[in-house]
Design a protein around this ligand. Structure first.
Ligand code: TMP
Length: 206
């Protein structure tokens, strides 16, 4: 039996890590074996790349940046996600390739066909079974994220974050069968309830 791959996506401060944990609790409560993970990261090697991309101060060329995200993603997929799916686990990832499309393509100008080529090379045809897009206005996300230390991406200008948000919404419009948009400006309990309803409906859980 193979597991399922569920991803959370959205702008900075949308509450993805909270909702990843809440969904994991919900599924575990139904007796489903769950693996929670995140990108960039999820293995020691990919976490080392994360340090370069997220906490570092380097000024990467955008395509280089996309390649580094895909290098981390390949490590994550090969060493963690595929083995977990093969063992029947439900993998919940805080970010996956839609983040590369939103941040590197819509945000930083990488050509869509280059992202498609990198994706095929790095992870073949692997796709999430379901993507939960936590949508939040840029300003609200920034206020929420204020308490924690800013990442390299959070330091980037508003123009980038506005393009990232519309990029995510465009992905959802293009792939409505895979991607569900959730209003993440609501109270976290309401977001968690909305997510549970979507997941239960999508996979026939009760
Ligand atoms: P986060 O773990 O707090 O969401 O931070 C990860 C940052 O990395 C976030 O600002 C978005 C960015 N990112 C990309 O630009 N491209 C990607 O492919 C991924 C996975 C993340």
């Amino acid at each position: 039996m193979t597991g399922r791959l569920i991803t959370f996506e959205g702008g900075d401060g949308a509450g993805k890590s909270t909702q990843t944990a809440r969904l994991a609790d919900f599924l575990a409560g139904l007796g489903i074996p769950v693996l929670c993970t995140r990108e960039p990261g999820g293995t020691a090697e990919a976490e080392a790349i994360r340090v370069l991309l997220v906490s570092g101060e380097a000024d990467w060329d955008p395509l280089t940046e996309a390649m580094l995200h895909y290098a981390a993603r390949r490590e994550h997929v090969e060493k963690r996600i595929r083995p977990a799916l093969a063992a029947g686990k439900w993998v919940i990832s805080d970010r996956f390739y839609d983040s590369t499309v939103a941040y590197q393509c819509y945000g930083q100008g990488v050509a869509p066909e280059d992202e498609v080529a990198l994706r095929r090379l790095a992870i073949g045809g692997l796709q999430p079974d379901l993507t939960l897009m936590l949508d939040i206005p840029v300003e609200t996300g920034r206020e929420r994220a204020q308490a924690r230390q800013k990442s390299r991406y959070e330091e980037m200008n508003d123009g980038l974050h506005l393009r990232v948000r519309s990029g995510f919404l465009e992905i959802a419009r293009r792939e409505p069968q895979r991607v569900a948009v959730v209003d993440a400006a609501q109270d976290p309990d309401n977001v968690a309830a909305a997510v549970q309803t979507i997941v239960a409906g999508r996979f026939g859980l009760s």
